[in-house]
Design a protein around this ligand. Structure first.
Ligand code: ADP
Ligand code: MG
Length: 315
């Protein structure tokens, strides 16, 4: 079986990580100094946190870096004690290559307060021989005593142009045909998440050419102009038309209600010829609907009710 492209094209060296120049520069400086503090990587998914940690380990320790690098998931469902057990086991032997080992702890923000307390003690206990790299989506969920022991790095979503270039490079190597529309659609859908963009790219390329149609199909994503059109119909008071169209799209593309709402809340700002006050009311209604879906209400009914609410604004 072919390796998933996200693994096949995962950068091996810091210079190949895209869109995080400030961070990779600092990492390179650590390598030059042959020293490193504990690190906290915070930021959205698919922006290079794990990749940067792996590159760092490879550049510190060389190709056999796995001897000095332990990757753990903090939210291991067997509990924090299992995680600490693994750390203890790994830290028991002396580092060989450098005078420390690296422990990468993913999803650190999933830890409860008690678990974070325990982690803090563990970090202190092994600080002579180990450096910790904690990874999380939200640094605010990491307790101060841990944050203050780490150098904090904020990973940002990757710029569209950088992702485009990256995807085209992959397609050239893979010799897959594509259209610019197709690439643009992927970039639009993935919102700065490189992992997501590569996954969609690979799925679309299995069908054949990477074009808009294939991409929207694969990604269970409605075309932005369709969503705008539906909103416009509803705002014009054409409830039935808008509901039928949305029903069709959700069925055809297999889109979940919550994803429709996300698209709506984005596209509403691009619907022309409506005033800001109406937009605010629509956004408010989308928020309400989202809340109900999260609470478990029936998706079709709630989405229809949302369109009805928007349509009524006119009367
Ligand atoms: N900044 C980046 N530069 C290049 N590829 C990236 C970048 N961020 C993510 N990727 C791609 O997405 C995949 C997942 O990235 P990863 O580093 O695991 O993200 P996360 O921030 O969620 O830890 C990688 O294997 C790589 O292919
Ligand atoms: Mg990760």
């Amino acid at each position: 079986m072919e390796l998933p492209w996200t693994e096949k094209y995962r950068p091996k060296f810091l210079k190949d990580v895209i869109g995080q120049e400030k961070i990779t520069e600092r990492m390179t400086a650590y390598i030059k100094d042959k020293n490193i503090p504990h690190l906290l990587f915070a930021g959205p998914a698919g922006t290079g946190k794990t990749t940067t940690a792996l590159c760092l380990a490879r550049e510190f320790f060389g190709e056999n870096f796995k001897d000095g690098f332990l990757e753990l998931n903090a939210s291991d469902e067997r509990g924090i004690d299992v995680v600490r057990g693994k750390i203890k086991e790994f830290a028991r032997t002396m580092p060989i290559i450098m005078d420390f080992k690296l422990i990468f702890l993913d999803e650190a923000d999933a830890l409860t307060n008690d678990a974070q307390q325990a982690m803090r003690r563990t970090m202190e206990q092994y600080t002579k021989t180990c450096r910790f790299i904690l990874s999380c989506n939200y640094s605010s969920k990491i307790m101060d005593p841990i944050q203050s022991r780490c150098a904090v790095f904020r990973f940002r979503k990757i710029q569209r142009t950088a992702i485009k270039e990256y995807l085209k490079k992959i397609l050239n190597i893979e010799q897959v045909k594509f259209t610019d529309d197709g690439i643009n659609a992927i970039v639009e859908i993935s919102e700065g998440d490189v992992r997501k963009s590569i996954n969609i790219l690979q799925s679309a390329s299995v069908i054949g050419e990477v074009n808009e149609e294939n991409v929207f199909n694969i990604a269970s994503y409605a075309k932005p102009e369709q969503i705008r059109w539906i909103l416009k119909l509803a705002i014009d008071g054409k409830f039935l038309d808008s509901r039928n169209m949305l029903d069709n799209i959700m069925l055809n593309y297999g889109i979940a209600g919550e994803d429709v709402l996300i698209q709506m809340s984005r596209e509403i700002f691009y619907v022309e010829e409506i005033d800001d006050k109406t937009k605010m009311k629509v956004v408010d209604a989308i928020g309400e609907c989202n809340f109900r879906l999260v609470e478990g209400a029936n998706e079709r009914i709630q989405i229809a009710a949302l369109l009805a609410k928007i349509a009524i604004l006119k009367y």
